[in-house]
Design a protein around this ligand. Structure first.
Ligand SMILES: *Cc1c(COP(=O)(O)O)cnc(C)c1O
Length: 470
C-alpha cells in the first residue's frame, strides 16, 4: 500500500515513511492510494476473531513494510486485557433496544485515545530502533491526546515528548494525569492561551523545515495516519458484537472534535463495513454540525471558541476534516487544495457547491449538536434509567444518536472517556462524585512537573532546543 497527499504531492510513500510524519510536505494530509475492499468472505472470516488478531488483519492491509511476524507481535503486545481491562478490549454495553455504548475508554488514561496511542508507542519504538534514530514528539492537547501520548511514550527508548496544553483549561484530573508523570522523556508545556494557540504553535514549528529536521521533530496529533488506522479496528469490532450476521447494518454515533475518530468510521465504511449512518455529534462548538447541515465550513476564531463541559471537543477547526472532503470531492486534489490551501487559509472557510453538498448523503453522514444543559440531562437520564454513568462527551454522542439514528438500525455510541475525568459536571448532574479506579485515588495530590510559557513559537523552539538532547 502506498500513500499520497490530499493536496496532490504524488511521491509514493510506504507506511513507515509517514509513520513518523505529520502533514505532507505540500501541507496536505496523507491517505492510502485506495481503500482495500473487505468482501463478504473476509467479513465472515473476521467475525469472532480476538481483537488483536482482527487488528492485525486490518493493519496488514495498509502496512507492507513491517514483517508480518513483527507486526503481529507488536499488535498482540498492545491490545491486552492487562492494558484495556477486558478480553473484548472494546466491550458493548446495551442501554436499551437498539442503543449500545461501545466502551473505548478502559486504557491507562481512561479515554479512547489510548486505543490508537498505545499502538503508536510500540510502532514508534520499533521503527526508531530499526533505523537507529531518535525522535522528539511535539504535540498539542486540550486534554486527552496529551495524556494518551505521554502514557504511550513514557519510558520508551529513543522518544521524547514535548506536549503543549492550554494553561488552566483542562480538568484538574486531566491536568494531574499529565503533570504528575515524572519520566525524564516527558515534557509538559502549559501555554497561556486556548487549544488552538497550542495547535498553531505546533504547526509553526513543523513548518520550519530546517528546525524540524535538525531537532528530529515528529507528531502524534490526530492527523497522524497510524492513529486513524488503529481506530478503524474498533468500528469492525463493534459491528461484530452488535450483529449476528454480515447482512445486518449498524450506525455509529461519534462525539467529534478534530474529526479523527469519525474519519476512521468513514474509512471503515469505505472498506465495505455495513455502516448505515455515521452520526457526528458536536458540543456548542458546532463548526462540523454546521458543515453537515449546510455545506458551509466556517473556521471559528479564539473568541468564538467556547470553553465547554465536554472540553475535548472544543475546537474551532477540525484538523482531520480535509481527509473526508478529499474523498467527498472524488479525490480531486486541485479542488481540495483550492478549498483548504486557499479558502480556509485566507478566507476562513468555504462553501461547497450544491452538487458537492448533495454527495454527503451517499457517505452516510448526519450530524447534531448538544449543549451543556442537554449533556447534563443525558447523564442524569442514563444514570436513572440504566444505572450507567457516562462522561460528558459520550453524553453528547448519545443525545445526538437519539435524534439522528436511522429507524430500525441499531446504533453504537462510542464511549470516548470515563466520567472520572469530568467530576465537576458529574456532580452537577448526579449530586455525587464519579467512580474512579482505586489506583488513581490520590492523583491530584501527586507532585507536578510542568513549565508555563507564552503562546510564542520561538520560545517553544528554544525550550525544545535546550531539552532535546541527552
Ligand atoms: C479527542 C476526544 C474527542 C474528539 O475526537 P476527535 O477524533 O478529535 O473527533 C471526543 N471525546 C473525547 C473524550 C476525546 O478525548
Amino acid at each position: 500500500m502506498k500513500y499520497i497527499s490530499t493536496r496532490g504531492d504524488a511521491t509514493e510513500r510506504h507506511f513507515c515513511d509517514i509513520l513518523l510524519e505529520g502533514l505532507a510536505p505540500d501541507g496536505g494530509l496523507y491517505l492510502p492510494m485506495h481503500y482495500p475492499q473487505v468482501d463478504a468472505a473476509t467479513l465472515a472470516r473476521w467475525r469472532g476473531l480476538p481483537y488483536a488478531e482482527l487488528a492485525f488483519e486490518i493493519l496488514s492491509l495498509y502496512i507492507d513494510d513491517i514483517p508480518a511476524a513483527d507486526l503481529k507481535a507488536l499488535v498482540k503486545r498492545t491490545y491486552t486485557k492487562d492494558v484495556f481491562g477486558t478480553d473484548a478490549i472494546v466491550p458493548l454495553k446495551k442501554l436499551e433496544n437498539g442503543v449500545y455504548l461501545e466502551a473505548l475508554s478502559n486504557g491507562p488514561t481512561l479515554a479512547f485515545k489510548d486505543m490508537a496511542m498505545q499502538l503508536l508507542g510500540n510502532l514508534f519504538e520499533y521503527e526508531l530502533e530499526r533505523r537507529g534514530e531518535t525522535l522528539n514528539i511535539l504535540g498539542a492537547t486540550s486534554g486527552d491526546t496529551g495524556s494518551a501520548a505521554e502514557y504511550a511514550m513514557r519510558g520508551k527508548h529513543g522518544v521524547r515528548v514535548f506536549m503543549l496544553s492550554p494553561n488552566g483549561r483542562m480538568s484538574p484530573f486531566q491536568q494531574a494525569q499529565m503533570f504528575s508523570l515524572q519520566d525524564e522523556n516527558i515534557h509538559n508545556i502549559a501555554i497561556e492561551g486556548v487549544f488552538d494557540d497550542c495547535q498553531d504553535i505546533v504547526k509553526a514549528v513543523s513548518n520550519d523545515l530546517a528546525f524540524k529536521r535538525e531537532q528530529r521533530i515528529g507528531t502524534v496529533n490526530s492527523i497522524n495516519w497510524a492513529r486513524l488506522l488503529a481506530q478503524v479496528v474498533y468500528y469492525f469490532a463493534g459491528y461484530f458484537q452488535a450483529t449476528k450476521s454480515n447482512d445486518e447494518r449498524v450506525s455509529f454515533a461519534v462525539p467529534s472534535g478534530n474529526f479523527g475518530n469519525i474519519c476512521a468510521g468513514h474509512i471503515a465504511r469505505m472498506m465495505g463495513l455495513p455502516i448505515e449512518r455515521l452520526v457526528l455529534a458536536t458540543n456548542e462548538n458546532d463548526v462540523l454540525d454546521e458543515f453537515f447541515r449546510t455545506g458551509r465550513y466556517r473556521v471559528r476564531g479564539s473568541a468564538e471558541t467556547h470553553e465547554t463541559s465536554s472540553p475535548s471537543m472544543d475546537i474551532s477547526k477540525a484538523s482531520n476534516f480535509e481527509r473526508f472532503v478529499f474523498d467527498l470531492l472524488g479525490r480531486d486534489t486541485g479542488r481540495t487544495r483550492e478549498l483548504f490551501a486557499a479558502k480556509v487559509a485566507h478566507e476562513g472557510g468555504f462553501a461547497l457547491s450544491q452538487d458537492e453538498f448533495a454527495r454527503i448523503e451517499g457517505f452516510g453522514f448526519v450530524s447534531g449538536k448538544s449543549t451543556h444543559a442537554e449533556r447534563v440531562a443525558t447523564i442524569r437520564d442514563t444514570w436513572q434509567r440504566f444505572g450507567t454513568m457516562i462522561d460528558t462527551h459520550t453524553a453528547d454522542g448519545l443525545k445526538v444518536a437519539r435524534e439522528r439514528h436511522a429507524n430500525g438500525v441499531p446504533i453504537l455510541v462510542l464511549e470516548t472517556a470515563l466520567p472520572a475525568k469530568f467530576a465537576e459536571t458529574i456532580r452537577e448532574a448526579l449530586g455525587r462524585d464519579p467512580e474512579r479506579p482505586a489506583e488513581l485515588a490520590d492523583l491530584e495530590q501527586r507532585p507536578k512537573r510542568f513549565t508555563v510559557m507564552a503562546a510564542d513559537a520561538a520560545q517553544v523552539k528554544r525550550y525544545i532546543g535546550e531539552h532535546c538532547r541527552d
